[in-house]
Design a protein around this ligand. Structure first.
Ligand code: PMP
Length: 365
């Protein structure tokens, strides 16, 4: 749809399409990489308390308590942490702050699809660097000539939707290839077995690491994300944020997020539970004949040599199990399956088993 009132840039936008959030009950929802476990009870208590006092007042525009809590957790100082309304907002501000340089931004051809959407929003050319045939990132492919115009680099590590992690040595090589450009590393899924680049921040002024509370902290509904980097990068993000919205995090979000960082035991317990379900799910999928990429995330990316991804996703949906399928070259055979509770994973495996059996029966008759 378009209209005479649209500005030219709005007419040209191709917005991001989030995974379905259907209101159907008894659905096994494994399509948007949420955590299957609720947030820590301490988060709920903190939000409840925050709701009872002070909602008539604006929140702290700096969200200082939260920045302190995150910095303490990561061994950084609060001025090295920027917080925003979900990591999507943090990413958007980073694209605005660092990548509008009049040159292309390097990113993998298969990665989080929002990166291309931000490029469209801010008029940044996206230079898609193909992953290798087995969907790995090869750092040497990001090299460019000394006089080449490049705005920066954005990658997800572990990558989405493959789940494959990039070793820290490779990431360091990438940082060294682009010392004068920002390298943004989106670590949305790092707590499920990846290796974080945060310890490299002290040595690399060009490194910006983005995290979210939506996955490993079970807070997708609260909308909290953050970026870590040396002060000049954080100052740039502050300048953009303070030119856009002074209060991206409300009082409930700040209180809940602080409590999430205080409950380390719950964080450990739930992320271990997700990782152990993942190992079980991988084996069960392989038993059904799926090829499953090695995942360091809270989802797996899997294809069946005999069945198309779109058919399997539709068949699962009809059985009340939602997974994500991307209509995109190179990956349209795959399903991206979020890790659920053991019971949810069992329902998925059972539904897939039924689908594969009925498909092969049809085949024979
Ligand atoms: N980065 C990646 C790689 C993601 O998959 C997601 C979730 N869709 C996000 C960032 C955004 O997460 P949020 O805005 O919930 O923090």
């Amino acid at each position: 749809m378009t209209s005479q009132f649209f500005s030219p840039v709005v007419t040209r936008l191709t917005p991001y399409i989030p995974g379905e959030q259907p209101k159907i009950s008894n659905l096994v929802k494994l399509n948007t990489n949420e955590n299957p476990y609720p947030p820590s009870p301490r988060v709920i208590a903190a939000i409840t308390q925050a709701a009872q006092q002070g909602l008539q007042l604006y929140p702290d525009p700096q969200a200082s308590t939260l920045r302190e809590a995150i910095a303490g957790h990561l061994g950084l100082s609060a001025p090295q942490v920027f917080v925003g309304n979900g990591s999507d907002e943090v990413l958007a501000h980073a694209f605005f702050a660092f990548f509008q340089q009049g040159c292309p931004l390097l990113m993998p051809d298969i990665s989080y699809s929002f990166y291309k959407v931000y490029c469209g929003l801010y008029g940044i050319a996206a230079c898609l660097v193909p992953l290798t045939d087995n969907l790995r990132l090869n750092v040497a492919d990001y090299a460019c000539a000394p006089d080449e115009c490049v705005a920066g680099v954005v990658i997800a590590n572990p990558n989405a939707p493959t789940g494959i992690g990039l070793p820290l040595a490779d990431l360091e090589a990438l940082l060294k290839l682009h010392p004068n450009r920002v390298v943004l590393v989106d670590e949305a899924y790092v707590d499920f077995g990846g290796t974080s680049a945060v310890p490299l921040i002290a040595r690399y002024p060009n490194l910006l690491v983005v995290h979210t509370l939506s996955k490993s902290r079970s807070l997708a509904g609260l909308r909290v994300g953050y970026a870590c980097g040396q002060r000049p990068l954080i100052d740039a993000l502050e300048r953009v944020k303070d030119s856009f919205n002074s209060y991206p995090l409300d009082r409930l979000a700040i209180a809940g997020a602080v409590a999430a960082f205080e409950d380390t035991a719950y964080f450990e317990q739930t992320r271990q539970a997700v990782m152990s379900s993942r190992e079980g799910l991988v084996l069960a999928l392989e038993d059904l004949g799926f090829v499953v990429l090695p995942s360091q995330a809270n989802f797996v990316f899997a294809r069946h040599p005999m069945h198309h991804g779109a058919d399997l996703a539709a068949g699962l949906r009809a059985k009340g199990v939602l997974v994500r399928h991307f209509i995109q070259p190179r990956i349209d055979a795959y399903l991206r399956i979020s890790i659920g509770t053991p019971a949810q994973c069992d329902r998925l495996v059972q539904a897939l088993g039924e689908l594969l059996t009925s498909a092969s029966t049809h085949h024979c008759t």
